[in-house]
Design a protein around this ligand. Structure first.
Ligand SMILES: CSCC[C@H](NC=O)C(=O)N[C@@H](CC(C)C)C(=O)N[C@@H](Cc1ccccc1)C(=O)O
Length: 617
């Protein structure tokens, strides 16, 4: 059976956001595909059920069932702005419910099904506003965000719309971002998370607030010693995700009451995952009296159940699956999970409802391998490919608190193409990776590179020593923190014949002042002396031919980080090339133009063929 080719990027269908239809065994979910002719990513909503073929319902995202299952709300652009639509399941076309000037976010039905709440962008009266020529004023560091770019005073607030009349109520207002609303069981109040502190850009302080669904003064419920990131009303209980004692370390679950919060004991030393691009997971949910939530274990995201009154959660979806979405209703649990053979399938109570694996393509499944760092630390990794003694590509994940899972992710297609050409790809989870406990997760704080470099080099040494890898044909790549580490490593060793840093960081000092997360990184993640942690400090030692790939509109790792590295290598006549992707945010390799994602993969392969395999590209 043929191996994967980069053109398979246009055959991939990535499922997400499974939603169980109340009163039935059907599941609504989204499928995202890359369209070659429009060079765009298209998301459609499908419906699957046991014993029937999945069928497409509509083009759109964020499907949400009404409490009686009779109507499906979803989001689709109208004149370029995302608006909430309502699709009656007994027939007929969807109708547009909102006309939000800047668009509407995920729909949230009230318990009685008469209203829908959503979070949406909103310009406060005092904001710079949408005039592109107005001066842009900043008094705090949260003036831009990767993706949206310069915010110009844009905030996010909670709105409620009446399903029948369309009457709109703005529930929150002010110079703060109200995110992720949750209805109270009686439909009278909404909970949300925000920080209203004047210096919230300097002191991360997300808190849970509640407010009447008709508006008014929000009331804070959580105390300063937790930093809340999300809240859900599950039965009669408010459940929040939060960091304890500061914005670092694992995300935990808390029960929130009128007088504060109490951590929910799960018996796990694992990071709760609510889901996001590149960080698979799902919001916590209630199944009867049980809490169902995602946590990362060994690089993969698994699904857990904490039974009412229990102090230890049990894993209900694990093994070779990595969960990237889940939904619960009427005692049924739907989830989307990737495996070594598919970017994702939709399941209901363990039964696979879809068949989305690439037909006619044989994938190389990642093989787990445990390495031992010089200080004795156990470091898990995965090998893709079945060659022995051939070229080796070390691929470094981002974060640094991300992690590789042993699954086919549909982003790093070059792994499969290289494996078919006799390469071995090593995807390693060094210290600071997620899924191995909080001590491991925080083991590189303030010591980026210094703490974790030898995890990588010792693993490569082991593969050379056992004959898996040819020491004369070693290469390294990585994106974001992985791009940072790629640069760092080539400043400390000449063993790699090629380096391909993507979305990189070269200088922690300039990064602190120019990244949308610069202050956070400087104060909490790479808080030590920037010099030994910055790749630029040792750029004079670099001899490795380097291909730099960077989104031109990246506000997380600004393109200036790539320009500094490019100039420093070019000045020293190290073979170097800089490729910038117009309009590319930090996430362009996941969510960007299909042609850019294809090009990213293609250039990596070509650079490796040119500088490692010796064959001209
Ligand atoms: C409040 S931002 C905290 C930093 C955040 N780290 C999480 O561990 C982050 O953005 N890290 C960057 C690198 C850092 C700026 C040096 C990063 O590596 N981010 C992502 C990038 C990404 C995400 C999803 C899909 C593709 C790439 C990563 O984990 O790879």
């Amino acid at each position: 059976m043929p191996r994967l080719s980069l053109d398979d990027l246009y055959r991939l269908a990535v499922p997400s956001d499974p939603q169980v239809r109340p009163g039935s065994a059907a599941v609504a979910y989204t499928l995202t595909t890359a369209e070659r002719d429009t060079d765009d990513n298209v998301t459609q909503i499908w419906l699957a059920a046991p014993g029937s073929e999945p069928r497409r319902l509509a083009t759109g995202t964020l499907p949400r069932w009404s409490p009686d299952g009779g109507t499906l709300a979803f989001v689709r652009p109208v004149d370029g702005k995302p608006q909430i639509h309502l699709l009656p399941m007994d027939g007929g076309e969807p109708r547009v419910l909102t006309a939000a000037p800047l668009g509407a976010g995920a729909p949230l039905w009230s318990p009685d099904g008469t209203r829908i709440a959503y979070g949406g962008p909103h310009f406060a009266p005092s904001a710079d506003g949408p005039d592109p020529n107005a001066p842009i004023v900043a008094d705090r560091l949260d003036y831009k965000a990767d993706g949206p770019g310069l915010l110009r005073g844009l905030t996010s607030h909670v709105f409620v719309v009446d399903v029948d009349s369309g009457a709109l109520t703005q529930v929150t207002e002010g110079d703060f971002h109200a995110a992720g609303p949750a209805w109270s069981p009686d439909g009278q109040r909404l909970a949300f998370t925000t920080s209203m502190e004047p210096d919230r850009d300097l002191v991360p302080g997300g808190a849970v607030y509640v407010v009447d669904a008709t508006g008014g003064e929000p009331k804070r419920l959580t105390t300063q010693d937790v930093v809340c990131t999300g809240v859900w009303w599950l039965g009669g209980r408010l459940v929040a995700t939060a960091f304890k004692d500061g914005p670092i370390g694992h995300t935990r679950l808390f029960a929130v009451g009128e007088d504060g919060q109490e951590e929910i004991v799960t018996g796990l030393d694992r990071n709760v995952m609510v889901g996001g691009p590149g960080y698979p997971g799902a919001p916590p949910a209630l199944d009867g009296g049980d809490l169902v939530f995602c946590a990362r274990d060994g690089g993969a995201t698994h699904l857990y159940r904490l039974r009412g009154g229990a102090v230890a959660a049990e894993k209900i979806v694990g093994g070779e699956l990595s969960v990237s979405g889940a939904g619960v209703a009427d005692g049924r649990v739907a989830y989307v999970a990737a495996s070594p053979y598919t970017v994702g399938e939709v399941y209901l109570d363990g039964e696979k409802l879809t068949s989305l694996a690439l037909a006619g393509v044989e994938l190389y499944p990642p093989r787990a391998r445990v390495f031992t760092a010089p200080d004795g630390t156990r470091v898990e990794g995965f090998l893709t490919g079945d060659a022995k003694g051939g070229p080796l590509l070390l691929d470094i994940h981002g974060g640094p608190h991300n992690a590789w899972a042993p699954v086919f992710d549909g982003v790093h297609l070059y792994h499969q193409v290289l494996a078919a050409r006799g390469w071995t790809v090593l995807t390693l989870n060094p210290r600071a990776s997620d899924g191995y406990g909080e001590a491991f997760y925080t083991a590189a704080l303030g010591e980026w590179g210094v703490a974790d470099a030898h995890d990588f080099l010792s693993a490569v040494d082991e593969l050379v020593a056992d004959g898996t890898a040819d020491p004369e044909r070693l290469a390294v790549t990585g994106y974001s923190y992985g791009g940072y580490m790629t640069c760092y490593l080539t400043g400390h060793t000449g063993r790699f014949k090629a380096a391909i840093p993507g979305g990189l960081v070269s200088d922690l000092t300039s990064m602190a002042g120019t990244s949308d997360a610069g202050y956070f990184l400087k104060m909490w993640e790479c808080s030590g002396d920037p010099a030994p942690q910055s790749p630029l400090t040792r750029v004079g030692e670099v001899t490795t031919p380097t291909l730099i790939l960077h989104g031109d509109a990246d506000d997380r790792c600004p393109v200036g980080q790539a320009e500094q590295w490019f100039e420093a290598l070019r000045e020293r006549e190290v073979p170097v090339r800089l490729v910038r992707y117009p309009g590319g945010s930090h996430l362009f390799i996941v969510q960007g133009r299909p042609s850019h994602r294809y090009d990213y993969n293609e250039r990596i392969i070509a650079w490796l063929e040119q500088w490692v395999s010796g064959s001209p590209n």
